[in-house]
Design a protein around this ligand. Structure first.
Ligand SMILES: C[S@@+](CC[C@H](N)C(=O)[O-])C[C@H]1O[C@@H](n2cnc3c(N)ncnc32)[C@H](O)[C@@H]1O
Length: 259
């Protein structure tokens, strides 16, 4: 069982135990074939968060994937387990120390790609979610304060990935968003596999609009074709809608699609 001083805490049916050696946990799961997310964070209590609910939570409970949090604080220095220090060269805020982050990355072990959540990184997208889902898992490093000492990122050749062009207080929400997008692509996580094949970005297009009962609401009717029962016509209509919406809202995606 976990205790307050253990750096690693696991979530999910296959991993109710946590150990001081997260690599061992990972190897257990690699043998069993479950996809692994390791999250290095100062806020382990923020996990699984929303990932513990609905389909991702059910999949976690079934052992279709596993989530290990590694508490950065346990690698802190001195009586107060300090993890940060003032920026070299001066300026506001604090920076996570290279030696502390290095210890956490070593505890995470090799075998999974290491990603630092960062507004400076490559923008996360559906293609990256697919790529992560196709691999054995990912180790995510959540920053806080001003970020992480550059030397430890260079030393471990850490890839930086951004959730978008805005600044969050820490990497935890970005980690949860990226894990949600990835885990739902794993086999068995969604009940209806077809739903990931038809949704936005899967073919480089945004998705067509959806409608459900009542047939008329506030004077607005469901498009007649959707009630025609003609599946070929419905598919044609949906495709045309997807193309029109993509061209109008996302000229960048539309140009790629046409290209
Ligand atoms: C306050 S931010 C640091 C921002 C940094 N000083 C800058 O200007 O680029 C603290 C942490 O939040 C996370 N973070 C903030 N915005 C993010 C984003 N758009 N995508 C992913 N992670 C983000 C990173 O882990 C970062 O180290």
């Amino acid at each position: 069982m976990t205790d307050e001083t253990s750096p690693s805490k696991s979530h999910g049916r296959l991993t109710m135990r946590a150990s001081l050696r997260p690599r061992d946990l990972m190897e257990d799961v690699v043998v069993r074939g479950a996809w692994v997310a390791q999250v290095i964070t100062l806020l382990p209590e923020a996990f699984p968060g929303v990932l513990g609910a609905s389909l991702t939570g059910r999949a976690l409970g079934l052992g279709l994937w596993r989530l290990d949090t590694i508490d950065l604080r346990t690698f802190g220095l001195g009586k107060h387990r300090n993890v940060d220090d003032t920026p070299a060269g001066g300026g506001a805020g604090m920076v996570l120390r290279a030696d502390v982050v290095d210890a956490a990355l070593r505890a995470a072990g090799p075998g999974l790609p290491v990603v630092y959540l960062s507004p400076r990184g490559r923008r996360f997208d559906q293609a990256m979610a697919r790529q992560w889902a196709a691999g054995p898992g990912v180790t995510l490093l959540c920053g806080r304060f001003e970020g992480v000492d550059q030397r430890v990122l260079d030393h471990h050749a850490v890839q930086e990935v951004s959730l978008g062009d805005f600044v969050l207080t820490g990497g935890e929400l970005a980690a949860q968003a990226m894990l949600d997008a990835t885990v739902r692509l794993l086999p068995g996580v969604l009940g209806n596999q077809a739903s990931t094949e038809e949704e936005s970005f899967s073919e480089g297009l945004l998705e067509h609009p959806h409608y459900t009962r009542p047939a008329e609401w506030q004077g607005r009717a469901i498009p007649a074709v959707l009630q025609s029962g003609n599946h070929a016509e419905i598919a044609k209509w949906r495709r045309a809608q997807a193309e029109a919406i993509t061209a109008e809202r996302r000229p960048d995606l539309w140009a790629d699609f046409k290209g």
